[in-house]
Design a protein around this ligand. Structure first.
Ligand SMILES: [Zn+2]
Length: 269
């Protein structure tokens, strides 16, 4: 990335590989995983994990992600996150950080949403996480959590949104039109790499009246959302949490549009 990879001995490389392979053993190929990094020298207050949770993450490449964490912990740059300095201190005392898989998913959206639910669950159990996203580093109310989760979904690329069938509803506030846009149709205009947020920024104005548009994320494909909330325990299952959240998502508009216009194709009108 921005700096050269540090030189690592063959012995260390083998150690990294062993840790990564062991951790990823039970993750199915091409699955997305929520994982936790654990400090084995500090007790988990709930005595569930083999130490104190210090970081939660999500990835579809667990082995290489773990190796990357370890490489950065061996030689943390001054600008590196606190996490790596902390891991480096553990390693220098002979206590290798532990990695554990918390949950696996078939798609990224579930994994992203579950990551934050896991973070909140661990924070509430007394963990101090080095995660930097606000929704993963401090305890939030459910409403701010949901707001931040929504903001996070907007960071999905059109390709990723297509994979999970997440659609973007765009409507003129003055009522000229309402459009339900599938990611693959938006990608024709904006390319697969643009995020939903990027689309929002480029389509702020109604092509007919020049007024502001408003937006909603609509769950197009994740079925089985009609779970009766009364049957759901509070923070017991991230799966149910996610469903509750998506259910809410489909009912409320996401963002108020504001700011200058972007290159919004007339064809959408
Ligand atoms: Zn309009």
């Amino acid at each position: 990335m921005h700096s050269k990879p540090p030189l690592i001995s063959d012995g260390l490389r083998a150690k990294f590989q062993a840790i990564a392979t062991e951790t990823a053993e039970l993750v199915p190929p091409s699955a997305y995983a929520n994982y936790v990094i654990i400090d084995p020298t500090t007790a988990d207050l709930e005595r569930i994990l083999p130490g104190a949770a210090i970081y939660v993450g999500q990835t579809s490449e667990l082995k290489s992600r773990i190796r990357s964490h370890l490489r950065q912990a061996i030689r943390p740059d001054p600008e590196h996150a606190q996490l790596y300095h902390y891991m480096a201190r553990l390693i220098s005392r002979g206590a290798w950080p532990l990695f554990r898989v918390l949950e696996t998913h078939t798609n990224r959206i579930d994994c992203m949403l579950a990551e934050t639910v896991w973070a909140q669950r661990l924070l509430r159990s007394g963990a101090r996480l080095f995660n930097t996203w606000p929704e993963q580093s401090r305890i939030l109310t459910e409403s701010s959590l949901r707001r931040m989760q929504r903001a996070r979904l907007l960071l999905l690329s059109l390709k990723e949104a297509e994979a999970v069938d997440l659609h973007l509803q765009i409507a003129c506030r003055a009522g000229c039109y309402t459009l339900m846009a599938a990611p693959k149709d938006l990608a024709v205009w904006f390319g697969h790499r643009l995020t939903l947020k990027g689309v929002r920024e480029r389509t702020r104005r109604c092509p007919e009246c020049g007024g502001q548009n408003r937006y909603a994320l609509v769950n197009g494909g994740l079925a089985d959302l009609n779970v009766d909330p009364c049957e759901l325990p509070g923070f017991q299952s991230s799966d149910l949490e996610t469903r509750l959240f998506l259910q809410e998502l489909s009912e409320f508009p996401l963002f108020a549009a504001s700011g200058p216009n972007g290159g919004w194709p007339d064809t959408f009108a």
